[in-house]
Ligand binder design. Structure first.
Ligand code: ADP
Ligand code: G6P
Length: 479
């Protein structure tokens, strides 16, 4: 029997960077997984020797571990039922709404919670199996909040960090969770907890104090260890970013620039192209943006075919009821707008419910005169950072919701409150009408920010915070 490979850096995220997609004829292919977590962590892990523990996106037996671009991918299985209870249920129909301001109601089911515990334990086992002595273990996101304490109980020698890619809710909302104390306890198994915004870190510290009964001071929480001893856990903000250099280079490449021209031509060379790119999620404010656009058409402020709006909406969590409802609403609205304002061969809205390769996204970003990023709540929103990165021509304008993590860094964007439809309409018009010289100045500043704070810098900051997190008493390695 071959010896189990072990790694000094192990990351665990619900999804692997690739999903296995099985065709009806039984053949299988690997596709890139959706979402910002994968975009960011894929570029971080490519430069480092490490392992990635995650779900391969299909139910049943997990594929055998394998190597991909220098990364060791270690699949964790989910049964059909766990997909419903742990993934679609507890992760995406309980936690996701609670952590995003309850934009839709959260559902609470004890069986979902039980499977959340079971699957978290499975992830913890997989991590412990492949973590080398004294390894750094970096756990990601809301699906795996119990894993830090579970790993700590089995492997006191490793250093444990957790990063939350989504917001952490205010204590009043978090308090609704019947399992809130267990979640706090699970997270406090880590040495260091990273959040997108300072407000998220503060929300966690407050929850640990008010609901977990822990002593807190500034960014630190005093937690009880499994042996009854006390440990100090730090919680702070490290906003995530993207691979600026890689995407900038891709956007400047000839094929991408040619493709951008082709796209503009195939849209009928309109004067103005507006663009939205999101997972089809109720957090993204797609309905609000369509409403604002439709009203501007109604008022004759926007007149197709001089203007067109391209909405790319990646399929997401399609079996969850709130996502089904959202899809129906969006598609009905797009149909209504197009029925009223399109001409033959010139739709007022191009709606694309598909995923595209990075090259195509980079080309699309270069076509967009105005990029609409209007979430009602979003941990970061990497699309905003990707858009400015692709604008090496310093053209375009970014309309950005104040409810995104990105807004806390990208102050030169045209800020909007997506709930305020009148204000959103005015911001869309202002983004178009502002003097091009001024817009170039703003775009330059936005690009500088993303260039300086790129994803490698984020990862280095996270790992160095993990490294320097308060030492635990009785650590078995490196004492
Ligand atoms: P979230 O993580 O909530 O999905 P982000 O904006 O942080 O939101 O990240 C989304 C990521 O998915 C970005 O890297 C974006 O380019 C990518 N993406 C979004 N829509 C598509 C699509 N239709 N095809 C390919 N990639 C997409
Ligand atoms: C967000 C979450 C990720 C998640 C992604 C895609 O980025 O923070 O954890 O992987 O959305 O969602 P999905 O449910 O398809 O994994």
């Amino acid at each position: 029997m071959s010896r189990q490979r072990t790694f000094d850096l192990v990351i665990a995220a619900n999804r692997l960077p690739v999903d296995r997609v099985v065709a009806p004829d039984g053949s299988s292919e690997w596709h890139r997984s959706p979402g910002g977590l994968v975009t960011a962590m894929d570029s971080v892990m490519r430069g480092r020797e490490g392992a990635w523990v995650g779900w391969a996106g299909e139910t049943g037996e997990a594929p055998a571990p394998f190597e991909e671009s220098g990364m060791w991918l270690h699949p964790v299985p989910l049964s059909e039922e766990e997909q419903t209870t742990y993934y679609e249920g507890f992760s995406n129909d309980t936690l996701w709404p609670i952590y995003h301001d309850v934009i839709v109601p959260a559902h609470f089911h004890r069986e979902w919670w039980q499977d959340y515990e079971v699957v978290n334990a499975r992830f913890a086992d997989a991590v412990c199996e492949i973590a080398a002595p004294g390894a750094k273990v970096w756990i990601h996101d809301y699906q795996l909040q119990l894993v830090p304490a579970m790993v700590r109980a089995r492997r006191p020698d490793v250093r444990i960090g957790w990063f939350n890619h989504i917001p952490f809710p205010p204590v009043g909302l978090f308090a609704q969770l019947p399992w809130r104390a267990k979640i706090i306890e699970g997270l406090l198994g880590a040495d260091y907890l990273g959040f997108q915004r300072q407000a998220d870190a503060q929300n966690f510290v407050r929850a640990a104090r008010q609901l977990g009964g822990c002593a807190t001071k500034g960014e630190t929480v005093t937690a009880k260890g499994p042996d009854g001893g006390e440990r100090v856990v730090r919680a702070s903000a490290v906003p995530i970013s993207i691979d600026y250099a890689g995407l900038d280079e891709l956007a400047r490449s000839e094929p991408v620039q040619e493709r951008a021209q082709e796209i503009r031509e195939s849209l009928g060379n309109p004067d103005i192209v507006m663009l939205g790119v999101d997972r089809l999620d109720y957090t993204k404010g797609i309905r609000h943006r369509l409403k604002a656009y439709e009203e501007l058409l109604d008022e004759g402020v926007f007149v197709p075919p001089e203007i067109t709006f391209v909405q790319v909406a990646t399929p997401s969590r399609e079996r969850v009821e709130a996502y089904k409802t959202l899809r129906t609403e969006i598609e009905t609205t797009v149909g209504r707008i197009n029925g009223t304002y399109s001409d033959l061969g010139a739709p007022a809205v191009h709606y694309l419910h598909q995923s595209y390769p990075r090259e195509e996204m980079a080309a699309l970003f270069q076509v967009a005169d105005v990029m609409l990023v209007t979430p009602l709540r979003d941990g970061m929103n990497l699309v905003a950072k990707e858009y400015v990165t692709c604008r090496h021509d310093e053209g375009g304008a970014l309309v950005l919701s104040e409810f995104t993590g990105a807004w806390h860094e990208l102050h030169q964007a045209f800020v909007c409150n997506p709930h305020d439809i009148e204000g959103l309409k005015q911001t869309m018009v202002r983004a178009l009408e502002t003097d091009p010289k001024e817009k170039r100045r703003l775009m330059r500043a936005l690009r500088r920010r993303v260039c300086e704070y790129d994803v490698q810098r984020w990862a280095d900051r996270f790992l160095s915070n993990l490294e320097s997190a308060p030492q635990r008493p009785g650590r078995s390695k490196g004492d």
